[in-house]
Design a protein around this ligand. Structure first.
Ligand code: NAD
Length: 523
């Protein structure tokens, strides 16, 4: 019997142990020998389909290196995939819940065996260092195991309770929605890609998965694992392609029943708008689940433990180069301890080693040229909107390698309304804001339109309780980093313009992909 109570998150690997470092380096060699240069075609109705054009994955830490390619889906491919998925849905929806769940569990077992390969592939494709890649693959395994087990509560007639009524049998039945599109970002190209397709699949939907343009290889790697685990043909269609082409086609299509999207605010809001427009022949209101950006703040007050605060700020700001929706991009410090905290933060950040993912640097290159150029513009703006305390340059090369390198950057005395304090930069750039006192700090923290993660470093119980109620974020952390949510432990999703707060890895996430039918029989 599968029970969610039996779920346990994967432990992380300890890279202070030289044996684990050596194993990682061996995996990098294996991936270089076996996966670099590989091509991943589309998968439609269980068949590998190639296309005339391809998408290329480049090593962001050494842009002279091509990691591999994927096919690039056309509109015709997407149309065929959509039709095929609706055919597959007819049988997939009737599978027993536990039989579908077992496929996820088997996929999790395969991924556990191939964990280091998946990590090494991400190190090369998106520049993750060892620990960042390791926790991400752990999260992908967790999503598979957690969703497999939590699906069971939706199985069968009467899965949700109703009130007893004389002379009748009443009950609720959870039914899958149909065929949907899952559109994912490059920054968690293994975990988010996997979680966003595993959840709708396990409860009986069919999914067209469109990964981000920069990270198609790790997505192809994961799809191969899911097929090896036993997913029948047509249930999962793999459609790497251009967002504004194939993504746009699928989100506007009348036969798309639901859309699950994780990415930027701009694209998410656009999808929300086009999905709301009813197309000729469309029979339903599309269900849209959106997980978007953030402008996440950590507040440090005068009662905080300095070391805890500085560690929390450094990890939250610069882990994976600030390319996390949960990353701390605003540090809000009360005036009384501003200088002490900011000086210590700058000193700690100075010690971060910049370099390649392969050499396990703390800060590596950002993902692509578009990101790099966008961050450069914000660095220029930051020089006008505050005082550069650390970094401020994007050299575009490091250690003789051309890549999208940006220095860890801290900009002090930024005003709360400044653009660098309001807009998502998505790089290793922190705006530091001075607050008069705790109440002012909380007001500043809530002064953006986002509401994803936030944190407070304080030893004052009443302030923590006030933040618990009033800090407007979906994920709030006290006296620790504000990144690194664990599946099942910290269900994840944001408020306001950060998304629809669907809480991935949470107890109700699968309900996003189900509809309830109340059935009554009069005896
Ligand atoms: P993005 O919005 O540029 O792209 C995301 C996906 O959308 C990609 O697969 C892309 O191809 C596709 N896309 C682009 N245009 C489209 C269109 N018109 N129609 C359909 N699909 C389209 O985001 P990104 O740069 O890949 O990822 C970074 C962003 O994701 C950041 O804003 C980050 O905060 C956010 N993010 C949020 C969460 C969360 O859980 N809230 C998690 C990770 C990342």
């Amino acid at each position: 019997m599968l029970k969610v109570q039996d779920y346990r998150p994967q432990p992380f690997t300890d890279f202070t142990n030289p044996e684990n470092v050596a194993a990682y380096q061996a995996a990098l060699e294996k991936v270089r020998a076996e996966l670099v240069g590989k091509h991943y075609p589309l998968i439609i109705n269980g068949e590998r389909v190639d296309t005339a054009e391809r998408l290329t994955s480049i090593n962001p830490c050494d842009t002279s290196e091509v990691i591999g390619t994927t096919a690039k889906a056309t509109i015709e491919d997407a149309q065929r995939a959509l039709e095929g998925a609706w055919e597959a849905f007819e049988t997939w929806k009737a599978w027993d819940m536990d039989a579908r769940a077992r496929i996820l569990l088997k996929a999790a077992a395969i991924l556990k065996r191939r964990r280091l390969e998946a990590c090494a592939l991400m190190t090369l494709e998106v520049g993750k260092n060892y620990a960042e890649a390791d926790v991400e693959v752990a999260e992908a395994i967790d999503f598979l195991e957690y969703y497999a087990r939590s699906a069971m509560k939706y199985a069968g007639f009467g899965a949700a309770e109703t009130t007893w009524f004389e002379g009748e049998e009443n009950g609720l039945l959870y039914l899958p929605l149909g065929v949907g599109v899952s559109i994912s970002p490059w920054n968690f190209p293994c975990a988010i890609f996997t979680g966003m397709l595993a959840a709708p699949l396990v409860v009986g939907n069919c999914v067209l998965a469109k990964p981000a343009e920069d990270s198609g290889m790790i997505a192809g790697f994961m799809v191969d694992i899911l097929l090896e685990a036993g997913l029948p043909a047509g249930v999962l269609q793999f459609l790497p392609g251009i967002g504004s082409e194939v993504g746009e086609y699928l989100t506007t299509h009348p036969k798309t029943r639901f859309i699950t999207f994780t990415g930027s605010r701009a694209v998410g809001l656009h999808i929300n708008e086009v999905a709301a427009k009813i197309q000729p022949g469309q029979k339903w209101i599309k269900k849209v689940v959106l997980e978007l950006g953030g402008k996440d703040a950590l507040i440090v007050d005068e009662t905080a433990d300095l070391d805890v605060a500085v560690t929390a700020a450094t990890q939250s700001a610069f882990g994976f180069n600030g390319q996390k929706c949960s990353a701390m991009s605003r540090l809000i410090v009360v005036d009384e301890v501003y200088d002490t905290v900011v000086n210590a933060f700058v000193e700690r950040a100075k010690s971060l080693k910049v370099g390649t993912g392969e050499e396990n640097a703390a800060v590596t290159a950002v993902v692509n040229e578009e990101s790099f150029e966008k961050i450069r513009q914000y660095l220029a703006l930051g020089k006008q909107e505050g005082q550069v305390l650390l970094g401020g340059e994007a050299p575009g090369e490091w250690g003789g390698k051309k890549g999208y390198y940006v220095q860890p950057t801290i900009i002090g005395d930024v005003k709360p309304e400044a653009r660098i304090a309001q807009e998502e930069i998505f790089g290793p750039v922190v705006a530091v804001l001075r607050a008069r006192d705790w109440q002012d700090a909380l007001r500043i923290a809530n002064s953006t339109e986002y509401g994803l993660t936030g944190g407070v470093c304080s030893q004052d119980r009443q302030r923590l309780e006030q933040a618990r109620a009033e800090f407007e974020v979906g994920n709030l952390y006290f006296n620790r980093k504000i990144t690194g949510a664990i599946v099942g432990v910290q269900p994840f999703g944001g408020y306001n313009m950060s998304g629809t707060d669907s809480k991935a890895g949470g107890p109700d996430y699968l309900a996003n992909f189900l509809q309830l039918k109340a059935v009554t029989e009069r005896w």
